[in-house]
Structures are given as structure tokens and as C-alpha cells.
Design a protein around this ligand. Structure first.
Ligand code: GLP
Length: 241
């Protein structure tokens, strides 16, 4: 695992953007795995700025997002679909046909999960996966559990995740109780992974990710088994290393 510690959030966002942009420059038709949450916002702002300066062309890039609440309408302001268009896709020259997010209204849900896996495989697999991390070590919405699903699946959210994510909703009651997420196997099949973490609240999860036992009780610990993972941490997130 490669660990890059930046002095603050702005610095890690810039470095992450350089890595993503380099991937797109090297392979213009690459497949990016993208994440939501507040952490990648700085990265997306940097990518938009690079695009506006003519430094990077997204026209041939394909994207797959990690996860989506379930059930949720795509135009719901808290859906990850809405988030991605607002914070990235509406501002760059990506082809809408190459954008993929799990459908938060899919029924039957099994079919949607199988379809998502198939689409990733048909696109040639993910070249670079961007990750954030939950305070409990979840990645995507793979929550700590006695067992983890390998493939894209429907998951029950943990109370602590519902609480943590309620800051974006009017109330905790409004947070969907389930989500669709790529599985740990889907994520670990990506050829390269970068994980961004910022702030004190992530320090414990980062310590377990890097130094803890590989256990389904901390899904991010499985990143230790991947050959090309880079953590981009600010000083607070790296404080316990
Ligand atoms: C959600 C997302 C994760 C994200 C996590 C952390 O639960 N499903 O992909 O990593 O939130 O979010 P934040 O970056 O806002 O702390």
C-alpha cells in the first residue's frame, strides 16, 4: 500500500486529481470507478478546473459509480445519481451514454445487480477506482459484517451509517435503509485504487485499513490484499499511523 500524506484536504484533492487526470491522459478510453460522499468533492472540483483549462478530455471515458441508495429516485437531491451530475458530470465533456450508476429504483433488484456486473465486465473492467471511507471502515456501502458479498448487491445500512449520512437529509428518518453497492470483489478487481480520507473522524478507520487484521468487520482492510492501492490522507486522517 502506498501512503501519501498531504498537509490538508486541498492538497490531497489536488494530488488525487493529478492521478485521475494522468490515467485519462494515458488511456483516454479508460474506465473510472467513482465515489460519492463529501470527501471526493475537492477532487471533482479540481478535475472540472483541469477540464476547463483544456488539460483533460473526458469524451471517451466510461464511469461506474460504487453505490446508490435504495430505494431512491435518480432526481432526488440526495441520490448519488443527482450528486454525480451536480458535482462532476454536468461540468465536463463526458458522454452520458458512458455514465453508469446503480439504479436506485430497480425492480427486480437482483437483475440490476447482475446487469451492473455484466456492464463493468463488458467495459473491460475498472482501470482506476476512487474510494472514500466510512467511519466504520465501509467502502462503497460494504458495511462491517460477519461476511461480505463479493458482487454488486443490495445491503442493509448500519445504524451508524444512517446517522452519519443523515446530515445530508432533512432528518434521519428520511435516509433510505438500504443501498445497492459494488461488492468487495468488484472493487478489488479494479486495476488501481486510490482512497481519500480527511479529518479526525477517519483516523481510526485508516489505522485499521493499513495496520489492522484483514477482516470483514473492517471492509477497507481488504485493500491490503490488492497490489496497487494508494491512500491519500490529510494529517488528521493519518494521525494514528
Ligand atoms: C457514504 C458512501 C461512501 C463514502 C462514505 C464516506 O457512505 N457510500 O462511498 O466513502 O459515505 O463519506 P464522506 O466522504 O462524506 O465522509
Amino acid at each position: 500500500m502506498r501512503i501519501i500524506i498531504g498537509k490538508d484536504y486541498a492538497e490531497i484533492s489536488k494530488k488525487a486529481a493529478l492521478i485521475v487526470a494522468a490515467q485519462v491522459v494515458l488511456k483516454p478510453d479508460c474506465v473510472l470507478g467513482l465515489a460519492t460522499g463529501s470527501t471526493p468533492l475537492g477532487l471533482y472540483r479540481e478535475l472540472i478546473a483541469m477540464y476547463e483549462r483544456g488539460e483533460v478530455d473526458f469524451s471517451k471515458v466510461t464511469t461506474f459509480n460504487l453505490d446508490e441508495y435504495y430505494p431512491i429516485m435518480p432526481d432526488h437531491p440526495q441520490s448519488y445519481h443527482y450528486f454525480m451530475y451536480q458535482n462532476l458530470f454536468n461540468h465536463i465533456n463526458i458522454d452520458p451514454n458512458r455514465i453508469h450508476l446503480p439504479n436506485g429504483m430497480a425492480d427486480p433488484v437482483e437483475e440490476e445487480c447482475n446487469n451492473y456486473e455484466r456492464l463493468i465486465a463488458e467495459a473491460g473492467g475498472i482501470d482506476l477506482q476512487v474510494l472514500g471511507i466510512g467511519v466504520n471502515g465501509h467502502i462503497g456501502f460494504n458495511e462491517p459484517n460477519p461476511g461480505l458479498s463479493s458482487r454488486t448487491h443490495l445491503v442493509d445500512l448500519k445504524q451508524e451509517t444512517i446517522k452519519a449520512n443523515s446530515r445530508f437529509f432533512q432528518s434521519e428518518a428520511e435516509v433510505p435503509r438500504q443501498a445497492l453497492t459494488m461488492g468487495m470483489g468488484t472493487i478489488l478487481k479494479a486495476r488501481r485504487i486510490i482512497l481519500l480520507a480527511s479529518g479526525n473522524s477517519k483516523a481510526e478507520a485508516i489505522k485499521k485499513t493499513v495496520q489492522g487484521m484483514v477482516t470483514t468487520e473492517c471492509p477497507s482492510s481488504f485493500l491490503q490484499t490488492h497490489p496497487d492501492v494508494t491512500l491519500l490522507l490529510d494529517q488528521e486522517a493519518a494521525a494514528l499511523l
